[in-house]
Ligand binder design. Structure first.
Ligand code: BGC
Length: 348
C-alpha cells in the first residue's frame, strides 16, 4: 500500500513508501482514504521542525486532515460500509489525565497525548487505515467534496465553544467579530461567526483575489489595512495567523470584556518588544481574556459536522483550491500565493 511518510525532525525526508496493510488490531473500522488536507503543521513536519514517529519506528505516515470511505465496520457502531468518515487526530494520554479520562483529550494536562500523522501515531495519508469506532466521525454523504475540511473545522468549533463559555461569565451579547488571517482556519472561523449572526470582519494582507471574494460571499467584510480599522472595538478576535505582533495588536483593539482567541502556531521570527505593564493594565481594567486553543475532541467534530452541513457547500468547495494526486505530493506541499487549502486526492 502506498503512503506518504517522513522521518520526523529530518528535513527533506518525505517520500511515498510501500507500507504493509493495516493490522486488524489497529482498529475495528477499515477506512479507504479519499483525501488528505495539507496544513502548516504538515509543512513544519516535512521541513524537519516537528513530529514524532510511533515508538520503535523511524518513519511517520503523514496526514491528519482526512476524508475516507468505510470499507468494514462492526455492527451498531454508528458507521457502516460505504459511509464517509473522518479520523479524529488526537488520542488520550495513557495515564490518563483527568481531561483525557473524560474524553476531553484536546485539553490533555500532561502532554503525553498522541496525534495521528503528527505525534507518535501514524497518519491517514495512506491508501487504507484502521481505527476504533470511537475515533471515527461519520460525515454526511452530501459533504463528499468538502468533508476533508472537517478536521480544521473541528479546531474552529472548539475555539468557538470556549469563546462562548468565557463569554458566559457575565451578561454578554457580542456584535462584532474580527478574524485575523484568511486561510482555511480564518475563513472557517468567519463562517461560524456569520452562522452566529455576528457582524464579521476578516483582516488579511492580500488586497484582491479569492480570499477577499470568499469573505464577501459569506456576507462578511474584508480588510487589508490596519488592525485598528478592522477591529473597531471588536467583542471577539480570533487570531489565525500566528504572527506575534498581530496577536498583541488584537488584544489592544478589543472592546471592554473582549475575548481574544489565539489559534495560530507561531514559528520563529524576530523578538518583539512588548510594554508588559501597559498590556497587563489594559487586560485587567477591561476584563479582557486572551486564551489559546488547539485541537478538538469528539464533541467538537460533531459540532463542526453540523456547521459544515448548514454552510453553502459551493462556498466550502471553493476553499479547496488545488487537488493533487499522491505521487505528486511534493506539489501539494509547495505553497502558491493563491492557495487556500491544498488537498492530496487519493482517488486521482
Ligand atoms: C492540528 C491539531 C493538532 C495541532 C498540534 C494542528 O495542525 O490540526 O489537531 O493538535 O496541529 O499538533
Amino acid at each position: 500500500m502506498r503512503a506518504l511518510t517522513v522521518v520526523p525532525q529530518q528535513k527533506d525526508s518525505a517520500r511515498v513508501d510501500d507500507v504493509p496493510a493495516p493490522k486488524p488490531e489497529a482498529g475495528a473500522v477499515l477506512i479507504e482514504t479519499l483525501a488528505i488536507g495539507i496544513c502548516g503543521t504538515d509543512h513544519e513536519i516535512v521541513s524537519g521542525g516537528y513530529g514524532e514517529a510511533p515508538p520503535g519506528e523511524e518513519r511517520l505516515i503523514l496526514g491528519h486532515e482526512s476524508l475516507g470511505r468505510v470499507l468494514e465496520a462492526p455492527a451498531n457502531c454508528g458507521l457502516s460500509a460505504g459511509d464517509l468518515a473522518v479520523g479524529i487526530v488526537r488520542h488520550p494520554d495513557p495515564v490518563p489525565c483527568p481531561n483525557c479520562a473524560a474524553g476531553e483529550w484536546d485539553m490533555c494536562r500532561n502532554g503525553q497525548y498522541t496525534e495521528h500523522g503528527i505525534k507518535g501515531l501514524h497518519g491517514f495519508c495512506t491508501e487504507q487505515y484502521r481505527i476504533e469506532p470511537e475515533f471515527a466521525v461519520r460525515v454526511d454523504a452530501g459533504l463528499e467534496r468538502v468533508g476533508v475540511l472537517l478536521e480544521p473545522a473541528s479546531v474552529v468549533a472548539k475555539a468557538w465553544e470556549h469563546i462562548e463559555r468565557i463569554g458566559g461569565r457575565a451578561v454578554w451579547s457580542p456584535r462584532r467579530l474580527l478574524v485575523t488571517g484568511a486561510g482555511p482556519i480564518g475563513l472557517l472561523a468567519a463562517m461560524m461567526g456569520v452562522q452566529r449572526g455576528l457582524d464579521t470582519h476578516v483582516l488579511d494582507r492580500v488586497t484582491d483575489g479569492l480570499k477577499p471574494q470568499l469573505v464577501r460571499d459569506l456576507g462578511a467584510t474584508y480588510h487589508s489595512g490596519s488592525i485598528e480599522e478592522a477591529a473597531q472595538d471588536a467583542d471577539i478576535v480570533i487570531e489565525c495567523t500566528g504572527v506575534g505582533q498581530l496577536a498583541l495588536d488584537a488584544i489592544h483593539n478589543t472592546a471592554h470584556d473582549g475575548i481574544t482567541c489565539l489559534t495560530g502556531i507561531s514559528s520563529g521570527g524576530r523578538p518583539l518588544q512588548v510594554d508588559a505593564r501597559a498590556l497587563n493594565r489594559e487586560i485587567v481594567l477591561e476584563n479582557d481574556v486572551v486564551f489559546g486553543s488547539v485541537n478538538a475532541n469528539r464533541r467538537h467534530y460533531e459540532k463542526a459536522a453540523k456547521a459544515l452541513a448548514q454552510a453553502d457547500e459551493g462556498w466550502l468547495a471553493r476553499l479547496i483550491t488545488r487537488r493533487v494526486p499522491l505521487d505528486r505530493w511534493a506539489e501539494a506541499l509547495a505553497k502558491r500565493g493563491d492557495d487556500v487549502k491544498t488537498v492530496i486526492d487519493l482517488t486521482l
